[in-house]
Ligand binder design. Structure first.
Ligand SMILES: [Zn+2]
Length: 361
């Protein structure tokens, strides 16, 4: 009787405490994250920690993740290495105010080497909702470009805080928004707490975590512009490599699906579609215009570069018009090159995912 009562009281204390979590994943959360979101993410991490990966992982998964084997321990560790703190949606003005310069003229690895960042040629339709983004990689890159070591202090509890120094893309500051929790994205529509819905959010986590990797040209695995004819044509929503965030995310969905005991046919079908949708964002081959001795092409190419230089100065309708113009010119150049047989097909590769720099306290 006495033990029962103690257990009941202990249970109450646990339930009432913000610290209550039933997993040991070493990822910290900002105090500013709503209780509801926090609870969901804690549940997701428990699902990962307790998942029995009974089915052997695909060779491809191991290759892309850089793992010898996939189990709950290696999966959790993979995430922990790339995600340190999760914060709530914060607008860029507020963010800017909180960023401190820890050290000027910081000695960055691969200093002066710029990552490949492709410029979008179209603007997303509809209003965007934040799902998740890897701020750590972006802030590391911003710091590196200006030779400043940035830092960011996050309240994680009563009298508790974490200071992240952006000394590597591995600093692992992830921002989440309402999009991450929207029920319309659920795989299991009947039970919002279903394991499958945790898998969905976890796959997003793995995608985002991949942005904490890469060095030099491949720093942060920034997305490529989707080709013409693609669902996301002209948007930075594809990868021009075989082991980027979309590969990571899709392969994790596949592994979760293989090991899901509670997923019914309908749920499995949704997961397969999500897998395919994500796989479809991996650009396997890029058509490039070879050296071409054609006056028309040379003219088009110079018009193109002028347009591209102007792009950062534009916004709104002007930006959209310029993006359309750029896409049109590129298509014209490609058409001429194709007609003259001057196309090189460049196959995408697995790029080195090792990060530059390292986390510092
Ligand atoms: Zn991404």
């Amino acid at each position: 009787m006495k033990t029962k009562l103690t257990a009941a009281i202990f249970g109450l204390i646990l339930a009432g405490s913000a610290q209550a979590k039933d997993h040991n994943v070493d990822i910290k959360f900002s105090k500013g994250i709503s209780k509801k979101y926090r609870k969901t993410m804690d549940r997701d991490l428990s699902v990962l920690e307790e998942l029995d990966f009974r089915k052997e992982a695909d060779e491809e998964t191991l290759k892309v993740l850089g793992l010898q084997n996939l189990n709950s321990e290696t999966a959790v560790k993979w995430l922990e290495d790339r995600v340190q703190v999760v914060i709530e949606e914060t607008d860029s003005k507020k963010l800017e105010k909180k960023i401190k310069v820890e050290e000027r003229f910081y000695n960055f690895e691969n200093a002066g080497v710029e990552p490949t960042i492709e410029r979008a040629t179209s603007t997303p339709s509809g209003k965007g909702v934040t799902v998740m983004s890897n701020l750590g990689a972006a802030l590391y890159y911003a710091g590196k470009s200006s030779r400043n070591l940035f830092s960011y202090k996050i309240k994680t509890g009563f009298m508790k805080s974490e200071t992240i120094k952006f000394s590597s893309p591995r600093s692992g500051l992830i921002m989440i928004g309402p999009g991450h929790f929207m029920e319309r994205f659920d795989y299991d529509k009947n039970d919002s707490k279903a394991e499958a819905n945790s898998f969905n959010r976890l796959a997003t986590f793995f995608h985002e975590a991949r942005h904490s990797d890469g060095a030099g040209k491949n720093l942060g695995f920034f997305h490529a512009v989707c080709p013409d004819g693609h669902d996301f044509q002209g948007l930075n929503a594809c990868d021009r490599n075989l082991n980027g965030p979309y590969a990571v995310g899709s392969l994790m969905i596949k592994e979760f699906l293989k090991n899901c005991e509670s997923c019914n046919d309908e749920v499995q079908e949704r997961m397969k579609l999500a897998y395919l949708g994500s796989t479809n964002r991996i650009i396997k081959v890029t058509k490039k215009v070879a050296e071409i001795d054609n006056f028309e092409v040379q003219m088009l190419q110079s018009t193109l570069s002028v347009n591209e230089i102007m792009l950062p100065l534009l916004s709104g309708a002007e930006l959209e018009a310029a993006q359309k113009e750029i896409a049109k010119i590129k298509a014209q150049i490609l058409a001429i090159a194709e007609r003259e047989g001057k196309i090189d097909e460049v196959a995408s590769k697995y790029v080195d995912a090792s990060p530059e720099g390292r986390r510092i306290e």
